[in-house]
Design a protein around this ligand. Sequence first.
Ligand SMILES: [Fe+2]
Ligand SMILES: [Fe+2]
Length: 185
Amino acid sequence: MTIAKKAQEHIRKLCAKQENIFGMEAYDHHFVSVVRYAKQLAKKTNANKEIVEVSAWLHDVGSVLGDYKNHHITGAKYAGKFLEKNNYPKEKIEAVQHCIMAHRGSKQIPRKTIEAKCLADADAMAHFDQVGSLFSLAMKTHHMSVPEAEKFILAKLQRSYKKLTPRAKKIVAEKYRATKILLKR
Ligand SMILES: [Fe+2]
Ligand SMILES: [Fe+2]
């Protein structure tokens, strides 16, 4: 089994555990989408595909384990241990850990590698596939009304879009436009 497949299986199992407050939705609607975009970007940028894919499967493991606030740090540590156990080479582990550490748009951690840039882009791009989940977050978690939820989603997508590199913007531009047409009043 490839290391990417092992990381995928591992995260799928963790998402299925009862302690994960995000439920299987995190796997189905976030991880899968992030990995798909990450692979697409890796191809476009000639980044190391394996590093990008492994990082994408593990990037939010810290949140799944219950530490949303510092999930870039806990996630990088956890990924390091997981990959070590699977005899992954040290320099590759460090590359994956850097991607995870630097993936959050809200944290000012410089992205030093093309692989880290691919992951950060893919993470924000996934929001454009998650409008249903964003409604659920707005209405179920934040108890918003429908108009409030629409505004919330538009603002969130606008922020995500701004963070993207030009190559990533190109890929999701159509979905962004479509969402704006559907949600703007
Ligand atoms: Fe994250
Ligand atoms: Fe994420």
